[in-house]
Design a protein around this ligand. Structure first.
Ligand code: NAD
Ligand code: DAU
Length: 357
């Protein structure tokens, strides 16, 4: 079996669902169920004996040691993290605690387990550390896309904490031989995306008749990847990547935030037109920018294509259509995640920006 951390969050739950749809190998899913973790994401697996969920913290060394000894996974896929840049700006401590110290404690528990494995199992073992393109910092408009050799230049508490965890994963390979592999993925979107993030926030706000908040001039560029394509890349990495290797994962879909909001509005105009016949684009509102806002990310994913033969299956157009359709078909999921805690975050983040998100 494999151990997945953070498997109740956005990408982790998509990964677990896709994994069990594609293969028979069981999954042990360790998640602390923070505000971002949601057991409803895993509802399709209820009664599936191949999925074992454990409510717990990656930083709980005793728990992780017990789980490793009991279940003897052949690999760890490490998603668990604090992941939202805006939250890292108002509360960095949780990011350092989970992303840096949590990853450190997880690496130590895994190392102790891995050290004691018989030689053959030791050689086959893998620890996939799921990181982000944000650790590379911000690109000038005409600069080439990030390669795996790009220097680390993190600009937010989130990306700094992810950079810290990347260095730990690298050092645990160099120093102790732990077979870690690090991946740097660009912005994901798709089903089960918590609506504090840009694309799902736009969809749920549009449908609720609220404003669509665009930070600053909206000319910031992100390289969007459908979440299912990130999952297929990680499966391929687990299958074929060498210990110590690093891969960038991206969709070759550079879009400005204004491109995104107009694409979402156009799809909603087509699939769920407003009662008054006007476009959802009327709800767009520019609000105060995010401090330290990275201007552009772009991923050069040629290494993973060349070495592992991975390519995304979705175009941006097909992936966004699937995503908007999923939100239209899952109003109960949306309603359930918009709890009091969610409302508090929306009020805190948008209350002073001059918008009314
Ligand atoms: P998310 O915030 O949706 O989910 C994170 C999950 O981790 C949640 O289920 C949460 O409960 C769990 N978690 C948090 N702290 C924990 C702890 N101490 N112990 C156990 N579980 C804990 O995040 P996501 O968007 O799914 O991102 C998953 C990973 O992928 C993160 O490491 C993130 O840095 C990375 N990543 C995300 C993107 C993206 O666009 N979302 C892109 C590239 C990389
Ligand atoms: O690049 C990978 C990263 O992508 C991941 O590592 C992070 O975990 C993930 O959250 C994401 O970070 P971003 O900051 O790029 O994503 P977010 O959805 O928060 O914002 C996307 C862009 O949209 C960014 O330029 C900020 C802008 N934005 C965001 C929100 C929430 C707005 O203009 N308005 C908003 O209300």
């Amino acid at each position: 079996m494999i151990l997945v951390t953070g498997g109740a969050g956005f990408i982790g739950s998509n990964f677990v669902l896709d994994w069990l749809a594609e293969r028979e190998e069981p999954v042990l899913n360790l998640d602390a169920l923070t505000y971002a973790g949601n057991l409803a994401n895993l509802e399709p697996l209820s009664g599936d004996a191949r999925h074992t969920f454990v409510h717990g913290d990656i930083g709980d060394g005793a728990l992780v040691a017990r789980l490793l000894a009991e279940h003897r996974p052949r690999a760890v896929v490490h998603f668990a993290a604090e992941s939202h840049v805006d939250r890292s700006i108002t509360g960095a401590a949780a990011f350092l605690e989970t992303n840096v110290m949590g990853t450190f404690r997880l690496l130590e528990a895994v190392r102790a387990h891995w050290n004691a494995l018989p030689q053959e199992e030791k050689e086959a073992f893998r620890f996939v550390h799921v990181s982000t393109d944000e650790v590379y910092g911000s690109l000038a408009p005409d600069a080439p896309a990030f390669t795996e050799q790009h220097p680390y230049e993190p600009n937010s508490p989130y990306s700094a904490s992810k950079a810290g965890s990347d260095h730990l994963a690298r050092a645990w390979h160099s120093t102790y031989g732990l077979p870690t592999i690090t991946t740097h993925c660009s912005n994901n979107y798709g089903p089960l995306h918590f609506p504090e993030k840009f694309i799902p926030l736009l969809i749920v706000n549009a449908l609720a008749g609220k404003e669509l908040p665009i930070y600053g001039d909206g000319q910031q560029v992100r390289d969007w990847l459908y979440v299912g394509d990130h999952c297929s890349a990680l499966r391929r990495v687990l299958e074929a990547a060498r210990p110590g290797s690093v891969y960038n994962i991206g969709g070759c879909n550079e879009k400005t935030n204004l491109d995104i909001v107009h694409a979402v509005c156009a799809l909603l105009d087509e699939l769920r037109p407003r009662a008054d016949g006007a476009s959802y684009a009327q709800q767009i509102r520019h609000v105060t920018d995010r401090p330290g806002h990275d201007r552009r990310y772009a991923i050069d994913a040629s290494l993973i294509e060349r070495e592992l033969g991975w390519r995304p299956a979705q175009t941006f157009e097909s992936g966004l259509r699937l995503t908007v359709q999923w939100y239209l078909e899952h109003p109960q999921w949306v309603q359930q995640v918009q709890s009091g805690v969610y409302r508090q975050w929306i009020d805190a983040n948008y209350g002073n920006r001059g918008g009314q998100a």
